[in-house]
Design a protein around this ligand. Structure first.
Ligand code: UT7
Length: 331
């Protein structure tokens, strides 16, 4: 019987922020050569949210964080670590975590960003767990916030129909009566990063070097290959986490996976032989919000009372890097 790490991590508050502006598939039909029928059958996405100029990653992250703190009945000054997962920070520095910290009034609290694309929130949860286990932090705010509409090529029908904007946040702390993260698994394959990437135009082609050859500063993706790798990597990672935790499929009450495409979610549960009805999905409403997908899904599943105390939840994600991660979380 594999040993179960007694982390005690508990999600004590969740929050979300979703921009009010809805971009439907019909709206996209006016932008690129696509159709509601193609998008629905190939991705399951019906609509996505698009941020206004004011709704930056920081703005959305702050709103989600405030809700998570209120639900946790904690003040920003109770926090002793702020982590933000994002690929669309307002600035390279200060980090989004520092910007969010300033807006919350958490002066002095250590704050930093971590970046693992769509796996970013789960990477953040694994990092947070280490700080809780060592006692280095007691109350941690973890935010996933993305403004992907800024980095999507709106002329490219292969990618622009897939992504959306939004933020989710959780407050985690160590609780003596909680078994928390029963097991986790994470990994990366930088050698395959070309399959899905977003260049940083600020970091190249300056002053003394001749300008870099033209290269798109929008999301670039080899969709078919990423689809296959996402299903395999998430299924393998999920199995490793379940093995480490010593839990069987029938012990898992809910699967919350990264929300990129309903066909990826269907293929994943089929590969795991997990009942589809116990798998949470909201991709039809928001599209792929990268690091914000899992915290938004967690918040919605909890609000809809789909998560009960002591439930064992499988969280699993895959994204650019390439990166993947999974966790078995006892709610
Ligand atoms: O978060 C992790 C990152 N992202 C993902 O996990 C996404 C992974 N990939 C996918 O979800 C899917 O591969 C896509 C949704 C991106 C594409 O679906 P697909 O079934 O793999 O389609 P495809 O790329 O093979 O394209 C099929 C056809 C092509 O036309 P031809 O070459 O067969 O004539 C595309 O040009 O569909 C065409 N197409 C479209 N048609 C209408 C591609 N995008 C569109 C579109 N509307 N938006």
């Amino acid at each position: 019987m594999p040993s179960r790490p007694d982390s005690g991590l508990k999600v004590v508050g969740t929050g979300v922020y979703l921009p009010a502006r809805v971009l439907t598939n019909a709206d996209l039909e006016k932008l690129v050569d696509t159709s509601d029928e193609w998008i629905m059958t190939r991705t399951g996405i019906k609509e996505r949210r698009i941020a206004s100029e004011q709704e930056t990653s920081t703005f959305m992250g702050v709103a989600a964080a405030k809700q998570a703190l209120a639900n946790a009945k904690l003040k920003a000054t109770d926090l002793d670590l702020i982590l933000t997962a994002t690929v669309t920070p307002d600035s390279m520095f200060p980090s989004s975590a520092c910007r969010i910290s300033a807006e919350l009034g958490a002066t002095g609290c250590p704050a930093f960003d971590l970046q693992a694309a769509c796996s970013g929130f789960l990477y953040g949860l694994i990092v947070a767990d280490q700080f809780l286990k060592t006692g280095a932090a007691k109350n941690i705010l973890l935010v996933g916030t993305e403004r992907l509409s800024s980095v999507v090529d709106w002329r490219d029908r292969n990618t622009c129909v897939l992504f959306g904007d939004g933020a989710g946040a959780v407050v985690v702390r160590r609780e003596p009566d909680s078994r928390g993260l029963l097991a986790t698994d994470w990994g990366a394959d930088g050698a395959s990063s070309e399959l899905l990437h977003l260049n940083n135009p600020m970091a190249r082609g300056k002053a003394i070097a001749p300008p870099a050859p033209a290269s798109p500063d929008c999301i670039v993706m080899a969709g078919k290959e990423i689809f296959k790798q996402a299903v395999t990597a998430m299924a393998d990672s999920a199995r490793r986490s379940m093995d480490k935790a010593g839990v069987r499929l029938e012990d898992i009450t809910c699967v919350i996976s990264h929300q990129a495409n309903i066909r990826i979610i269907d293929a994943l549960v089929e590969k795991l032989k997990f009942p589809r009805e116990r798998c949470f999905a909201n991709v039809h409403r928001y599209g792929n919000m990268s690091a914000a997908c899992i915290p938004v899904a967690l918040h919605e599943a909890a609000s809809e009372r789909k998560l009960q105390q002591s439930d064992k939840i499988l969280l699993v994600a895959f994204g650019g890097g390439l990166t993947w991660a999974s966790a078995i979380l006892e709610w």
